[in-house]
Ligand binder design. Structure first.
Ligand code: COA
Ligand code: ZN
Length: 306
């Protein structure tokens, strides 16, 4: 019998790299994507069309997106866009899928995209509508969906309302994000279970950070709620430059290890992911890897890994 599958979007080329001190070349980003695709990753968030003044690392968005889509036509590739200007830049580069990013608090929106909550909601909705009208696939992040680094605990009702609004505006995939890795597993399970029921026509994904070592526990809580779509970042790299305390994303290798251990099919090879971690380490010049990477490497050395 076929195993039940989960769908993983590796966000390392975008969330993983956006806050790195080292400037990463377009060629090195392409090599990262090449290794991810070779590992069996079917979906990546390749870049963001944001202000190059705000995030210099993403200044090569157009060139990178074009090259990624040309080199791996079967790969699902999304690009983050904060506004209509970003959408238009993404369209000019041939984007097939875009993601808007709406934070659930006033202050986080202000720090991230220089808009208050109401304006950010309107702009995100307008960007989604325009993207759908142009035939693009869409995702919408609801960021700081549990805790905000500036405003503390975020009410569930507000997250539900924003999620509904994004779905109504045309978000085909709704990505609930624990941007700073401060959620509790019980809350992840409860909020995602509610949203799965409330948004039957929308694909529901979760985006987790491993700031406190709870990344896999949060992912397991999401699995228990019924979520089967996850963002993760190879090597556990990542974090929003405008959210203080946002440490690395849930590592793709940790998620794959956990999910496969639970009998779920990810379609992704762990040795292949380690090969991508090697590249990220070489480029960023420091040791990387999720909680499982050192153990996975030892298993590999002993010939016990795939
Ligand atoms: N891409 C590139 N440039 C953009 C842009 C986009 N999506 N949106 C606006 N700009 C440009 C404007 O053309 C203008 O350029 P100019 O100074 O040469 O005239 C400049 O940015 C200011 O425009 P404005 O609308 O006033 O933007 P802002 O200064 O209020 O910044 C954002 C708003 C959204 C562009 C900026 O905050 C941003 O890029 N944030 C990204 C945050 C991010 O990536 N966070 C991590 C991922 S969640
Ligand atoms: Zn993130």
């Amino acid at each position: 019998m076929a195993r039940e599958a989960i769908h993983i979007t590796d966000v390392s080329p975008r969330d993983g790299l956006q806050n790195q001190a080292v400037a990463v070349s377009t060629a090195d980003k392409l090599e990262l994507v090449r290794r991810l695709a070779a590992a069996g990753v079917a979906s990546v968030e390749a870049t963001s069309f944001v202000s190059p003044k705000a995030v210099p690392q993403m200044a090569d968005a157009a060139e990178l997106l074009r090259e990624v889509q040309a080199a791996w036509p079967a790969l699902r590739v999304s690009a983050l866009v904060p506004n209509v200007r970003g959408l238009e830049r993404a369209q000019a580069a041939g984007a097939r899928e875009v993601a808007v990013v709406l934070s659930a608090t006033e202050t986080m929106n202000r720090r991230n995209i220089n808009m208050g909550l109401d304006e950010a909601t309107e702009v995100s909705a307008q960007t989604l509508q325009q993207a759908r009208a142009a035939g693009l696939a869409t995702r919408a992040y609801v960021a700081v969906a549990f805790e905000c680094p500036f405003e503390g605990a975020v009410p569930a009702e507000r997250v539900f309302a924003l999620a509904q609004r994004m779905a109504a505006a045309g978000a085909q995939e709704l990505v609930v994000a624990d941007t700073i890795g401060a959620a509790a597993p019980t809350e992840v399970k409860a909020r995602l279970a509610t949203l799965l029921q409330a948004l039957p026509g929308t694909a529901l994904a979760v985006h987790l950070h491993d700031t406190r070592g709870l990344g896999s526990a949060l992912a397991f809580a999401a699995l228990e709620a019924g979520v089967r779509r996850f963002d993760a970042s190879v090597g556990g790299i990542g974090g929003c430059p405008f959210a203080p305390g946002a440490a690395g994303n849930l590592a793709t290798e940790d998620l794959v290890l956990m999910a496969e251990g639970c009998g779920l099919d990810t379609g992704i090879s762990l040795p292949g992911l380690l090969h991508a971690v090697d590249h990220a380490e070489a480029v960023l010049g420091r040791p990387l890897g999720g909680r499982s990477a050192a153990w996975l490497r030892r298993q590999q050395e002993r010939g016990l890994l795939g």
